[in-house]
Design a protein around this ligand. Structure first.
Ligand SMILES: *[C@@H]1O[C@H](CO)[C@@H](O)[C@H](O)[C@H]1NC(C)=O
Ligand SMILES: [Zn+2]
Length: 550
């Protein structure tokens, strides 16, 4: 069914006036919900603004319909943050989606938000991982690719290049935002039907533009309408409200509307997240709350929205992400087994996670064979790139161990990667450590991998790749100079009580890091995490294939 939707520009704390106007309108129009683009509260420093916030929090201002908001130029005021954290809502009907967030409304309309401005010096900003803050990093923006598509995209910034190919005139006396490339990339990836911003002080509606068809949907040219909302009360005669009707179930129109242009945004097709129907990235609010209208309070089953390996989860620690490919991404491990000084040739722990975009517990659960293969291939590509880095930085003194727990009742398959002294591998000590610990625990015996095609290993299993570089004085061919490796698989049955920390425990014992066996006891401060990520990125830069394809 089609819904009527109301969009508002920056409200800048004129709460009583704006919600009174909306209430009058709502009585006649019956909108499904409203979205505030940009600043609901604004700078909120004046006496009047502060009393407006008090009145709202005291329940003296009523919000007439479900209203969603993100961040604009200013962070969310502390008092409001505290209220959201306590109750999940600012007041009845007023919900914060998050600086970076996704939401599926009761009507089934998918909204994605990226509020605030891009920080070029993000790692120096102590608040950069705070979801109420008004600045975000490139990785934050990129992590939205994982949601695949959206009906409505709300960003404060303009997408870079959006005025290109357009005949719509721009005001001469007002600043036109320069636009951010990462916002353009998010728009090109999500291909929303509507994209709203509010950084410019004037109302601007560009001609609709269409995106090029993709391999998966060769017949579709999705159309985006980009609109900048004026601020309430600032510029006379400028539109700060916009109403439209939208039916999320209606088929995408096959014809392009008159006057539409090709997308003016530089394309990022290589960076598209793998399309997978099971990766439904949107979720309703994850924490239940009784005060919310009944129909909104239903809890969703645990899915990508709550999965800490899914890029679409707004709560994942994006500051740990070090590289994003087409089908998989790389992060440093939280609570790494090794320490920053474990390997002097690296100066960072080197304990990494290689994680596919697709939310699936095992490779065999990825039903689409092409997606399964390309995901597996890119994860291998990351592993090989990490090996190349280890070999070069340590001049053949470091090999690596990579392990995977594949269980049908697991959540999101991933690999853990750990550098290890190459002489431990060469002496067979790594292989022996896994086998002995498995025997101690009465686990089934390790067997060599079934075949060349690692993507189609079936059943439940624990798998480990043990790699060593060729010795430096080797006169062999380039290919074998890269080293040699062994793949071992420990088959499991679905009801087998397998210790998910098995791989980490084996390596902790072997490396005499028993005290660091439990990752929760190896917590680092945010500064330490960021320092390790930065050191890793510098070392990995020349091996990171995802950078070449920009
Ligand atoms: C809320 O309204 C009541 C009743 O009109 C008034 O006494 C109170 O001061 C108001 N509170 C705020 C914070 O505006
Ligand atoms: Zn997931």
């Amino acid at each position: 069914m089609a819904s009527k939707i109301l969009v508002l520009g920056n409200v800048n704390c004129a709460l009583q006036e704006v919600f009174t106007k909306i209430a009058k309108l709502q009585a006649k129009q019956n909108f499904a919900f409203a979205i505030v683009v940009g600043d609901l509260f604004g700078e909120s420093t004046s006496e009047e603004e502060l009393s407006q916030i008090s009145a709202l929090l005291a329940g003296n201002i009523s919000v007439p319909l479900p209203t969603y908001f993100s961040v604009g130029r200013y962070p969310i005021p502390t008092r409001v943050v505290e209220k959201i954290q306590a109750d999940d809502e600012v007041c009845p009907n007023l919900y914060f989606i998050g600086r970076r967030g996704t939401l599926k409304t009761f009507e089934g309309i998918r909204i994605a938000t990226l509020g605030g401005e891009v920080a070029t010096d993000g790692q120096q900003d102590p608040n950069i991982n705070n979801r109420y803050h008004s600045r975000y990093t490139d990785s934050d923006a990129r992590s939205l690719y994982g949601v695949h598509d959206a009906d409505i995209l709300v960003t404060y910034e303009w997408p870079k290049g959006v005025t290109g190919r357009s005949k719509v005139s721009l005001p001469e006396d007002k600043a036109v935002p320069e636009g951010a490339q990462c916002v353009a990339d998010v728009c090109s990836t999500l291909k929303p039907r509507y994209h709203f911003s509010s950084k410019a002080e004037f109302f601007y509606e560009r001609e609709p533009f269409f995106h090029l068809p993709t391999e998966g949907n060769p017949d579709e040219k999705p159309v985006t309408r980009f609109i900048n909302m004026a601020s309430y009360g600032k510029a006379k005669g400028q539109k700060w409200m916009y109403a439209f009707t939208f039916d999320p179930k209606a088929p995408v129109p096959s014809s392009i509307p008159a006057g539409a242009t090709a997308s003016p945004l530089a394309t990022v097709s290589r960076k598209r997240a793998a399309l997978e129907s099971q990766n439904e990235g949107f979720h309703r609010f994850s924490r239940g709350n009784n005060e919310r209208p009944q129909k909104r309070a239903r809890r969703p089953p645990p899915g990508p929205g709550e999965c800490f390996f899914c890029l679409s989860n707004p709560d994942i620690a994006t500051h740990l992400i070090t590289s994003i490919g087409n089908d998989a991404y790389l992060t440093t491990a939280k609570g790494p087994l090794t320490k920053s000084d474990s390997y002097p040739s690296l100066r960072f722990p080197g304990h990494m996670l290689i994680i596919p975009f697709i939310h699936a517990p095992t490779f065999s659960a990825i039903t689409e064979p092409d997606a399964r293969q390309s995901t597996y291939n890119e994860m291998q590509r990351y592993r090989v790139a990490l090996n190349d880095m280890a070999r070069e930085k340590a001049q053949n003194k470091l090999g690596s161990v990579t392990w995977e727990v594949s269980r049908g009742n697991g959540i999101h398959v991933h690999w853990q990667y750990l550098p290890v002294a190459s002489d431990l591998v060469a002496k067979g000590l790594v292989e022996a450590a896994f086998k002995v610990e498995g025997e101690n625990l009465d686990y089934p015996k390790f067997k060599p991998s079934a075949g060349d095609d690692g993507a189609s290993e079936v059943g439940d299993y624990f798998r480990v790749w043990i790699w060593q570089p060729a010795s430096s004085n080797s006169e062999q061919q380039t290919e074998s100079k890269k080293g040699s490796e062994k793949v071992l698989v420990l088959p499991l049955t679905p009801d087998f009580r397998f210790d998910l920390q098995f791989g980490r425990k084996v390596m902790a014992k072997l490396l005499q890091l028993e005290k660091r066996m439990d990752w929760r006891e190896c917590a680092q401060t945010m500064e330490e995490e960021v320092a390790d990520v930065e050191a890793f990125k510098v070392a990995f830069k020349e091996f990171d294939f995802s950078l070449e394809e920009e």
